[in-house]
Design a protein around this ligand. Structure first.
Ligand code: NAD
Length: 294
C-alpha cells in the first residue's frame, strides 16, 4: 500500500507557487492577493480560514481576512462582496461556508464576480467546468485530480465510484474524472444517500472517492483488492482522550481498508492540505488573468 501524501504533495505545490511569486517580486509585479470573508465564529470555519490565510503568507501572497459578526445581514454581506468585486487590488476571494442560517448561500455565491471566484462555486464557473472550458475548479476536487496525476495513478478506462453528490465535492469530482483530461477518462458512477446496494458498486471500483461525511463508513469488505481509495471526509468525533475533546475522522476505515488498497489518502494529511494548495493555485490563476485584463 502506498500512502497518497497530501501534506508532502501540497508542500511541493506551495514551493512551486512561492517560486513563481518570488519571480513576480523580482520583476516588480504585484503579488497575488486573496481575501477571505468569515461570518460568525464557527470553530471549524475559523480553523479553515486561518489555515488559508497562513498558506497565503507562506507562498508570499497578500491576504486579507474580513471577519463579520454572526448577526451580519444578507445585505451587509452582499455589500462586502460588491466592495471586493470592485477592489482591483484583490485578485480573488472566498466566502467561507457554511453561512449563518438567515443568509441565503445562493444569493451570496451568485453575487461573487466569476473572475474572482477562486472557490469555483459560481454557476458560471460550474457551467464552464461541465463544458470543458477553462475555469476555476473548486479546490477539493482539483486537489484530488492533482494528487492522482502527481502519483501517476492510471484513471483512463477505470471504474470510479464517487460516494456523494454535493456541489462542492461529489458532483464536480464525477464530472472531472469523466472528462478527457489528465487523471480523467474514467467511467464514473455517482452514489448518494438513495443508492441501493452501494457495496456491490464499490466492490467493482478501481478507484473509490468517499465524500459523504460519515466517519469510517467505507470498510474493507466494500472494496476490491488493490483499489485506490480517496478519503475526503472530515468529521469531528468526540474523543475525551484528546486535549481538544475531539478527533478528526475520515469517511474510510483506514485501518482495515489500507490493508487491501493499493493507494490510500490518510485523514488528516491527505485531501485536506491539497485543498488549500489548489486554492492558492486558483488565486495565482486569477492574478495572471487580472494582469492580462489590466
Ligand atoms: P454533503 O453533506 O454536502 O454531501 C454528502 C453527500 O453524501 C450527499 O450527496 C449524500 O447524498 C451522500 N450520502 C450521505 N449518506 C450517504 C450514504 N449512506 N451512502 C451514500 N451516500 C451518502 O457533504 P460535502 O460537503 O460533500 O462533504 C463531504 C465530506 O467531505 C464531509 O466530511 C466534509 O467535511 C468533507 N470535506 C472535506 C474537504 C477537504 O478539504 N478535505 C472539503 C470539503 C468537504
Amino acid at each position: 500500500m502506498i500512502l497518497l501524501d497530501g501534506k508532502q504533495t501540497s508542500a511541493q505545490i506551495k514551493a512551486e507557487i512561492a517560486e513563481t511569486v518570488s519571480t513576480m517580486v523580482q520583476q516588480n509585479k504585484r503579488v497575488p492577493h486573496l481575501a477571505a470573508v468569515l461570518v460568525g465564529t464557527n470553530g471549524a470555519s475559523m480553523t479553515y480560514v486561518g489555515a488559508k490565510v497562513k498558506a497565503c503568507e507562506l507562498v508570499g501572497f497578500e491576504s486579507t481576512l474580513i471577519e463579520l459578526p454572526e448577526e451580519t445581514s444578507e445585505q451587509e454581506l452582499l455589500d462586502t462582496i460588491y466592495n471586493l468585486n470592485n477592489n482591483s487590488d484583490i485578485d480573488g476571494f472566498i466566502v467561507q461556508l457554511p453561512l449563518p442560517k438567515h443568509i441565503n448561500e445562493n444569493h451570496i455565491l451568485m453575487a461573487i464576480n466569476p473572475d474572482k471566484d477562486v472557490d469555483g462555486f459560481h454557476p458560471m464557473n460550474v457551467g464552464r467546468l461541465t463544458l470543458d472550458l477553462p475555469t476555476f475548479i473548486s479546490a477539493t476536487p482539483y486537489g484530488i485530480m492533482e494528487l492522482l496525476e502527481r502519483y501517476n495513478i492510471p484513471t483512463s478506462g477505470k471504474h470510479v465510484v464517487v460516494i456523494g453528490r454535493s456541489h462542492i465535492v461529489g458532483r464536480p469530482m464525477s464530472i472531472l474524472m469523466s472528462q478527457k483530461r489528465p487523471a480523467g477518462n474514467a467511467t464514473v458512477t455517482v452514489a448518494h444517500s438513495r443508492t441501493k446496494n452501494l457495496s456491490e458498486l464499490t466492490k467493482t471500483a478501481d478507484i473509490v472517492i468517499a465524500a459523504l461525511g460519515m466517519p469510517e463508513f467505507l470498510t474493507s469488505d466494500m472494496i476490491k483488492d488493490d483499489a485506490v481509495i480517496i478519503d475526503v471526509g472530515i468529521t469531528r468525533v468526540p474523543d475525551s482522550s484528546k486535549k481538544r475533546g475531539y478527533r478528526i475522522a475520515g469517511d474510510v476505515d483506514f485501518e482495515s481498508v489500507s490493508q487491501k488498497a493499493s493507494y490510500i489518502t490518510p485523514v488528516p494529511g491527505g485531501v485536506g492540505p491539497m485543498t488549500i494548495a489548489m486554492l492558492l493555485k486558483n488565486t495565482l490563476l486569477a492574478r495572471s488573468r487580472s494582469s492580462v485584463a489590466s
